[in-house]
Design a protein around this ligand. Structure first.
Ligand SMILES: [Cu+2]
Length: 313
């Protein structure tokens, strides 16, 4: 286990190689073990109708929560409901969304949602004092993937410390039912030298390298992807192609591809299925991002293998 300080030193600009390429080669998974309890579960349960068309969420904001950003490397993070990224919020187009922010920190905070809503719900002026709470209320529109994040100054610090997540607004008519995964791409600059030390799917470098996501051969999969770091990110699947829905705001795919550059705060829905069993990497195609943690494995298994696996439990 190495400390934040050691990690920062190891990744100093004058002391190559970086942590990602130097210490965390993926042929040595034994070096990298996350507590399974710490792994962010990317599974999204199927959407459900809102009681009376109202979606209520409470986000409890805490500062200085020790967050395992890479195996054995912890950083003090700011979290929503103890989670980094924050929980996936989900609503259907036209629902009333009510999100209560409970600020348990020592600093003022807010939540700014992307999407269409009144100015007084935009989270720029609705700053919540320490110990206070505030309910953001608006009608869910349009359908698509909408980032949410703290917008209190200095916003770069509040976002970098972990105050971000994904709001999914489903179209009224729904999307074709399939297996669904949420994946937030972001990065962490532990020594604050302006260059990220770790890049991550869902807040932890290499977590899906340690804990591959099992898929069934032939199963339709929809992945909601959001880039919450201020660098371009390029979600790439090995051994496969995906139907791309930029921002998730259309029901018609824009492209059939295996790379899509997501610029800052950009997002996309990817739909795909695997025709052959085996381990496939899903990564950011910016190679340095992959080396420093933005990679994981899909373990594609035969349908019968999955049944046998369940029976053994
Ligand atoms: Cu904040």
């Amino acid at each position: 286990m190495i400390s934040v300080e050691q990690a920062a030193r190891a990744n100093g600009h004058h002391h190559p190689p970086t942590l990602g390429s130097g210490l965390y080669q993926y042929e040595h998974p034994g070096r990298r073990r996350f507590d399974p309890q710490q792994v962010f579960n990317p599974e999204l349960p199927p959407p459900t109708p809102a009681p009376n068309g109202i979606r209520e969420f409470t986000l409890v904001l805490e500062e200085d929560q020790m967050h395992e950003v890479a195996p054995g490397v912890k950083m003090p993070a700011w979290t929503f409901n103890g989670s980094l990224p924050g929980p996936v919020l989900r609503a259907t187009e036209g629902d009333t969304i009510r999100v209560t922010l409970v600020n348990k920190g020592r600093l003022p905070h807010s939540i700014h949602f992307h999407g269409i809503h009144p100015a007084k719900m935009d989270g720029v002026f609705e700053i919540v004092a320490p110990g206070a709470q505030f309910t953001y209320e608006f009608t869910a529109a349009p359908f698509g993937i909408m980032p949410y994040h703290c917008h209190t100054m200095p916003t770069s610090q509040h976002i970098h410390n972990g105050l971000y997540g994904m709001l999914i607004i489903d179209p009224k008519q729904g999307r074709k039912p399939m297996r669904e995964l949420a994946m937030v791409m972001s990065a962490f600059d532990l020594d604050r030298d302006g260059e990220a030390d770790f890049y991550a799917w869902n807040g932890r470098a290499f977590q899906y390298a340690d804990h591959p996501v099992t898929l069934t051969r032939g199963e339709l999969v929809r992945m909601y992807v959001l880039n919450m770091f201020e660098e371009r990110m390029v979600p790439h699947l090995h051994g496969n192609m995906y139907q791309l829905y930029p921002s998730g705001t259309s029901l018609q795919p824009a492209e059939y591809t295996d790379v899509k550059t997501l610029n800052i705060a950009e997002r996309a829905v990817l739909e795909f299925q695997y025709d052959f069993p085996g381990f496939y990497m899903f990564q950011c195609h910016v190679s340095e991002h992959m080396e420093q943690g933005l990679m994981g494995w899909f373990n594609v298994v035969e349908p019968k293998a999955l049944v046998a696996q369940k029976e053994r439990r």
